[in-house]
Design a protein around this ligand. Sequence first.
Ligand SMILES: [Zn+2]
Length: 565
Amino acid sequence: MRDVLIEGATVVDGMGNDAAVMSVGIEAGRLHVGEAERGALARRRIDASGLVLCPGFVDVHTHFDAQVFWDPFLTPSSLHGVTTVVAGNCGFSIAPLDESDADYMMRLLARVEGIPLGALREGVPWNWSTFGEYLSAVERAGPALNFGAMVGHSALRRNVLGVESGTETLTPAAMATLRQSLRRALEAGAMGFSSSWGGAHFDGNGDPVPSRHADTAELIGLCEELAAFPGTQVEFIPTMHPFSEAHIDLMTKMSVAARSPLNWNVLITLNAEECAGKLAASDHAAAHGGRVVALSYPGPMQARVSLLSSAFDAIPGWSETMALAPDEIVRRLNDPVERERLRELAEQGDKATLGLTRFENLRVLDTYTDDTRATEGRLLGDLARERGAEPFDVLCDLATADIRTGFNRAPIGDDPASWKLRLESWQDPRVIMGASDAGAHIDMLSTFDYPVALLAMARERAAMPLPQLIRSLTDVPATLYGMRDMGRIEDGFRADVLLFDPGVIAPGRVSWQNDLPGGAGRLFSQPVGIEHVFVNGTEIASGGTLTGERPGRVLKAGIDTGPNF
Ligand SMILES: [Zn+2]
């Protein structure tokens, strides 16, 4: 007797095969696929005619490390059909952890990942020391989705070196301790190792995050530890600028040393030459016994920013000011000398900010005073012309009226040339779809919606057949990470599936929701067209509403993953 029998669905299996109408059974958390399922006995039947049944989406790049404790439903991803997440990316796991470093890690996460400090303080127990204890704490929190976590380099360095985690070259003894610490985490089931040299990554003090101080010998040495653990992964941010030969050589060496694939974050489809140069890293790795792939968000990027969010500190010279308390930021913006200094720094511009310093292109999104309300929806450039002021001054005036004031950046890459590159990237085997950063930048980004956004964009542009699209969201990432029995509609696989209406599926309107511990808010969206989401055979969302069930499993490398290199 099946627990659930899904009848008449158009099954897209995740492997790229043509869609086929059939019945699929679920029993004891596993899928049953085959002729015998038609009319099988079942406790519950779902008439899924007109709906697509596909594997749940596998989001390998999230920052749900902390959110899982106050929101084990892992919204909004769970509502968007994601059934498996990997946390601990970009070097920012929250284990291993010494009690004395909890405050540092909270402030680091608040700064670099845009997670409100109040939520981190009130919503997370911070009562583990080893990585294994952290995974046990996640298990007790009872996630709705399957949840794996990487070990972050910044967390490791802080744990081993304490306040000296900004040290450039480690002593042999410190390096040995760092390697041992990583090994322990991998023995406990960590999904791999993540690190960052990203120039926009600053800690709560405004200093570069610990992993940015690591040299190539340290990165390669740490990757060597992964070689003894098949079914693990390396994730790395080498730079946000074009790659040098040294970056490409380093990533190849890291993958070879780890005997694991390395995915780097993040490919932005804006400049053909830069994309080609970055994707060449995969070719170089393949020619030298490694495997390197790019992670990419499938659509144009649009971000909400405010002077409280973690965007403006990417402007060279601004990070120290942006790390200050809100009142102090307002005081500085009101000081003509300080304002002029910041304006000059911004004028020098920087590629890493992706146009953020073109203040005239920012649109006022949400305001919090009666005097500023009329500016909602207006471009700073237009407001500046009317006022005979600089766009930067209008920004400062609005932000000092209320520092919560939100601005919308123009979408990045919404032009024909970018779209051409983007559509090529969807089909490129060197590119992995994702880069959601779900759980991070929650006041700025709604990229948690990437699977649904990809399906909607592809439909509008008739860009790519559904079986290939679904494969890129399911079997491809699951196979990259070596996940066992996941990412496919196949007999015996885990029953992580969703049912959606292919004619209407869309990400839904993004809105602000004040529901975090400590009272802060975040961006949220409810997708259109997803009817049912199952994890390990249990329904977690029905008609867009959470069922309250939390059947997710904590994934452990070596148990839930196998050889992937
Ligand atoms: Zn990240």
